[in-house]
Write a protein that binds this ligand. Sequence first.
Ligand code: AMP
Ligand code: MG
Length: 290
Amino acid sequence: MTDLPATDLPSLWTHEPHRILRFRAGDTVAAIDADSSPGFTGNKNDAAAVLAERSRRFAELQEMLYANGREGDHRSVLLVLQGMDTAGKGGIVTHVVGAGNPMGIKYTSFGKPTAEERSHHFLWRINKALPAAGQIGVFDRSHYEDVLVVRVHALVPPDELEGRYAEINTFESELAESGVTVVKVAMFVSLDEQKRRLAERLERPDKFWKYNPGDLEERKLWPAYQEAYQLVLDRTSTDHAPWYVVPCNKKWYSRLAVTELLIEALKSMELSWPPPDFDVEAEKRKLADA
Ligand code: AMP
Ligand code: MG
């Protein structure tokens, strides 16, 4: 449990996910193949086995982060999940983050702002949801809705909207400086696959709760959303908070990929188990006599 090998990526990966999925200037949303599985040579069966193993690795590192938080390390991680309806954000929360210890996870989903939220700056509700020391914060949608749905529906004046990209970059650079490792995942499902997933939500009683009639209205605006996502990637993928573009038609791939992105983020923090702040041998002697 104590020794962390320098590189422990399973051999079915030909490229490290944090490199191959990282958004690069000039990349286009139009060119994303949502069916693809970049860097991974295995199939669905392989993925199940790899995910099981890597989830344990993630859980170990997540617990280490939490343990350090308890011992005064102020650092934390923030996982930002953005994607169209049915991209699989909830599945990441359940099947990837869910492998971790709930004590150290802070989950927040962002829906249509309440009246109170609307009366504040758009980052007000975001600031309130940030992870504490040792936690992994998970944003299921995020401040990026304020330049996505808000752009597509022209919910604020254009100059206000345009200023938000820089505000977000400043906000995230302050987060990074204060010890928050920000992992931004843009999840891309294809238009066809979205239709299949929405159809499934209408077939299965256990999925009705995920269906919202309004989703079909958003679906009609697909091209406008694609453009809005392009602007997000072009303008807000920074060195301190880069975007990772994850193809999501294959759920087994997206879950595996995000698991690796989280492992990489945690490894980059160079964590180790906190040393005891007591005399272990003396405590053993006392315990023997207790
Ligand atoms: P869901 O994630 O499926 O529960 O849906 C949440 C809905 O809230 C989506 O349609 C989002 O576009 C919408 N939403 C989230 N944030 C905002 C925002 N800042 N302004 C307007 N709508 C939002
Ligand atoms: Mg929904």
